[in-house]
Ligand binder design. Structure first.
Ligand SMILES: Cc1cc2nc3c(=O)[nH]c(=O)nc-3n(C[C@H](O)[C@H](O)[C@H](O)COP(=O)(O)O)c2cc1C
Length: 363
């Protein structure tokens, strides 16, 4: 049996295999006029080609729940009903090409208002089309603008925006919503003591720092149907506390295990186990740097877990599933290089995925 190509049923939703397209910003949405934040023909081609290439689930890139929550002015958004029709075209194109359409809903917090990577990245000044950023505390990501400390009203507004975006995602035809709680963006910046020094009910203890994440999950679940899955992407570690040369109090795998249990009590069906990006940090140079944490998280928390990070070899992906280290794999850069990675993997492993169609003609 090739576990990688077995379906996975979560609630009432069946994902045809365990090779999933990881959310990856393309920074290709129009940033001006009525089409701001809306998917265009580029997005249709980009995602539909990976769906036709055999992935079971394609999770559309970080999509802003509010305009100020975008990483860059070229991000997708779902903060307004006018954005629904363009997302409906994208979700339909993915579904018609053979994959389940999912979407990652995100707020970039103190890492918002950035230039596109191929133009150097880095913050865009307010007088050059950027916008003021906000976060749990007035602590900047090194080299970036200092965020305004969010008020309780700001926090409530962001939580409500997540629910509104999920409602729009449902109207657009997405089948899976992933809450972006990783990579130093807003929710992760609440979780980590390196970026959160609040003294109210959203700072201090682990329970307080996790509060906004659980509120977002509750808010999403309040509008998202019972039979459709919600995922939570987290950074399993900041890669700081375990570094002997550093060792500051930071977000750790042990914290992630506790959070994952809480998240599943609040309606998250699967934890997508990424890592890092809250602060610059030393990350181990090994291919399993991140998938090891996924395996530990799965074993210790009992939640369903997807592994991600430097997975390029189909045999490695299959082994992650066969060994029980993960329930699915998210593939990122390998899928940018090869839209048919999933179909090629099925062929290499001798599996016949349901979604290998015309592929047989090519061999
Ligand atoms: C161009 C690019 C854009 C990305 N955008 C996102 C994103 O929108 N949301 C997210 O959670 N991760 C994002 N990531 C991280 C990927 O989803 C993935 O976790 C990471 O690249 C590691 O997997 P890989 O080694 O298979 O590429 C991005 C990565 C790349 C290379």
């Amino acid at each position: 049996m090739t576990e990688l190509f077995e379906p996975l049923t979560l609630r009432g939703t069946t994902i045809p295999n365990r090779v999933w397209m990881s959310p990856m910003c393309t920074y290709s949405a129009f940033s001006e006029g009525s089409e701001i934040g809306a998917p265009n023909d580029f997005h249709l081609a980009h995602y539909a080609s990976r769906a036709a290439g055999g992935v079971g689930l394609a999770v559309v890139e970080a999509t802003g729940v509010l305009p100020e929550g975008r990483i860059s002015p070229y991000d997708l958004g779902l903060w307004d009903d006018s954005q629904i029709p363009a997302h409906r075209r994208l979700a339909a194109a993915i579904a018609e090409s053979g994959a389940l359409p999912g979407i990652q809903l995100a707020h970039a917090g103190r890492k918002a208002s950035m230039e596109r990577p191929w133009l150097g990245g880095g913050p865009i000044a307010e007088d050059e089309g950027g916008w003021p950023v906000a976060g749990p505390s007035a602590i900047a990501f090194p080299g970036y603008a200092e965020p305004a400390e969010m008020t309780l009203a700001d926090i409530a507004a962001v939580v409500a925006a997540w629910a509104e975006s999920a409602r729009r995602a449902l109207a657009a035809g997405y089948e899976v919503v992933e809450v972006h709680g990783a990579h130093g963006y807003l929710l992760h910046s609440f979780l980590s003591p390196l970026s959160n020094n609040r003294t109210d009910s959203y700072g201090g203890s682990l329970e307080n720092r996790a509060r906004i994440v659980l509120e977002v999950l509750d808010a999403v679940r309040s509008v998202w149907p019972e039979d459709k899955p919600v995922f939570l992407r987290i950074s399993t570690t900041d890669w700081v506390a375990e570094n002997p040369e550093d060792g500051r109090d930071a977000w750790t795998l042990a914290d992630s295990i506790v959070l994952s249990r809480w998240a599943s009590d609040h309606g998250a069906d699967l934890i997508d186990a990424s890592s890092g990006a809250l602060v610059p940090a030393k990350i181990p140079h090994r291919d399993d740097y991140q998938t090891r944490n996924a395996a530990e998280l799965k074993a210790a928390s009992g939640t369903l877990v997807a592994a991600v990070g430097r997975i390029g070899d189909p045999a490695v992906a299959q082994e992650l599933l066969a060994s029980g280290s993960a329930d699915a794999v998210f593939i990122g850069r390998a899928l940018l290089r090869d839209a048919s990675w999933a179909n090629n993997a099925a062929a290499a492993l001798g599996a016949r995925g349901r979604f290998i169609r015309q592929y047989d003609y090519a061999v």
